[in-house]
Design a protein around this ligand. Structure first.
Ligand code: ACO
Length: 436
């Protein structure tokens, strides 16, 4: 655990017992109370379902101020990075902690370029997955399989192995995702081309049709790069916590990241971008108004939620959503796409932002609300939205995993519980408790 500890400046009284607890001072945001002595000294545990109050670690990677709508990677505001940086530069920043020099960035890009290729054996795995499989199921399996294909990069205590696994994951993930899409489409898998940029290679391997030149406007690449930057890290979210938890058992990076892919697939997390599009399509196709839909949401009928709204940490406008919204119109126009779902989304947002239910609960659009509309305009089907999120989040997962394994005070993740089940009772054999 890093961060300056202060001497016992929090007092906690538990029954007759008096505990003086140390704090860790944050450089920004919430300070932490060190709860380690609680169990040892009182026999009690902190009960905090969903970790609403619990910091699982100290971290230097990403800072969020949910009240003010602030997001920074390694201190740099997301607005500046999204406007001026590139995805691979941001990946380096997250993973190493500092921005690279030009030479370092070019060397890193060259290393990624070198590794984008997948061997024919690896390519086989896409043909055994059912075409109907959800892309996130195949993605999780493929990332797990990397542990089998690259055994020289597994040791979580060897810096060279970690660097190799980092490069292999970043390099092969776009190829894997493009193959998942092509397999579902029934199209042949293409090879990466050396010298093409990361984003160009990904887009071409995904969309190029046999015998056709692949040409998209520059705005396509820039928008995709920006969306990946916006997703690149988000501190201790569900999938990142899963990656850290798995890695805390000294599982290798691939298997840890595969766990992150699984967590991300859930509709309350990364799967929300797909759910948003389904929701907007439903409003359009069923002919109900956004206002009517909102009434149903507020009635909580069948647990209906306004997908793409609300966030555990942001209690104001998600800064990533603000950037995506700014771009949505321009990107669609440049791509020559007119999408009525965007108009419905604007209307839904308008209704929500002026409705007491959403105002009182401080529910604003999150990053997933507008991303799907841009991905759709680019030609991605809804089932590919969450894999795109995973590609974006990959540097964050890697950076957080690396921070965790490098922490000398790190411990295996192992929450406690408050047991509320039956007390001690004796087993009664089946023949006695339910005689024939
Ligand atoms: N639509 C309607 N009501 C909502 C929504 C929503 N999207 N989100 C929260 N609420 C309501 C809850 O029903 C609850 O109401 P109550 O006080 O009357 O019981 C209140 O707001 C607080 O919500 P919680 O569920 O306690 O908030 P929590 O922090 O646990 O959940 C979450 C955050 C999961 C993101 C939630 O807002 C949600 O389900 N949103 C929709 C799914 C979504 O967009 N997920 C993507 C999140 S961003 C990301 O992962 C990239």
């Amino acid at each position: 655990m890093t961060g300056a500890k202060t001497t016992a400046d929090v007092q906690l009284t538990v029954g007759e017992q008096y505990l003086a607890l140390e704090t860790v001072q944050a450089t920004a945001g919430n300070h932490g109370i060190v709860m380690a002595p609680l169990n040892a000294q009182t026999g009690m545990v902190a009960l905090d379902p969903g970790f609403l109050n619990t910091a699982a670690c100290t971290s230097k990677v990403t800072f969020i101020d949910g009240e003010a709508g602030v997001l920074r990677y390694r201190g740099y505001p997301i607005e500046q990075l999204a406007g001026e940086s590139t995805f691979l530069e941001v990946a380096m920043l997250l993973i190493r902690g500092e921005l690279p020099t030009r030479h370092e960035l070019e060397a890193f890009e060259a290393r990624i370029d070198k590794h984008m290729y997948l061997s024919d054996d690896f390519r086989q795995i896409f043909s055994v997955m059912p075409r109907r499989a959800h892309p996130m199921a195949t993605l999780g399996a493929a990332v797990n399989m990397m542990a089998g294909f690259y055994p020289e990069s597994l040791d979580p205590l060897d810096p060279a192995a970690i660097n190799l696994a980092t490069a292999l994951l970043l390099a092969k993930m776009p190829t894997i995702i493009s193959y998942i899409y092509r397999r579902a489409q029934g199209n042949a898998l293409l090879y990466p081309q050396h010298g093409q940029s990361y984003i160009e290679n990904f887009a071409r391997m995904t969309f190029q049709l046999p015998g056709e030149r692949f040409e998209v406007p520059e705005v396509f690449y820039r928008a995709l790069d920006t969306l990946l930057i916006l997703h690149a890290d988000h501190e201790q979210n569900c999938s990142t916590s899963a990656v850290r938890m798995i890695g805390s058992a000294r599982a290798n990076l691939y298997m840890s990241v595969s766990g992150g892919v699984s967590a991300l697939s859930g509709p309350l997390h990364g799967g929300a971008n797909e759910a948003v599009l389904e929701m907007l399509s439903y409003i359009r196709d069923s002919g109900i108004t956004p206002l009517d839909f909102m009434t149903r949401v507020k009635d909580k009928a069948g647990g209906l939620k306004l997908m793409g709204f609300g966030h555990r940490v942001y209690k104001s406008y998600d800064p990533r959503a603000a950037i995506v919204k700014q771009h949505a119109d321009a990107v669609l126009e440049a791509l020559g796409v007119r999408d009525e779902l965007l108009d419905i989304a604007y209307e839904v947002e308008q209704v929500a932002l002026s409705d007491d239910y959403f105002i009182e609960r401080r529910l604003y659009p999150n990053v997933d609300f507008y991303t799907g509309i841009i991905y759709r305009a680019m030609g991605f089907p809804a089932s590919m939205f969450t894999p795109l999120f995973a590609l974006g989040r990959l540097p964050g997962w890697i950076a957080q995993w690396r921070e965790m394994v490098a922490d000398p005070s790190g411990k295996i993740g192992r929450p406690r519980q408050v047991y509320v089940g039956p007390g001690l009772r004796d087993y009664v054999p089946l023949a006695v408790r339910d005689p024939r």
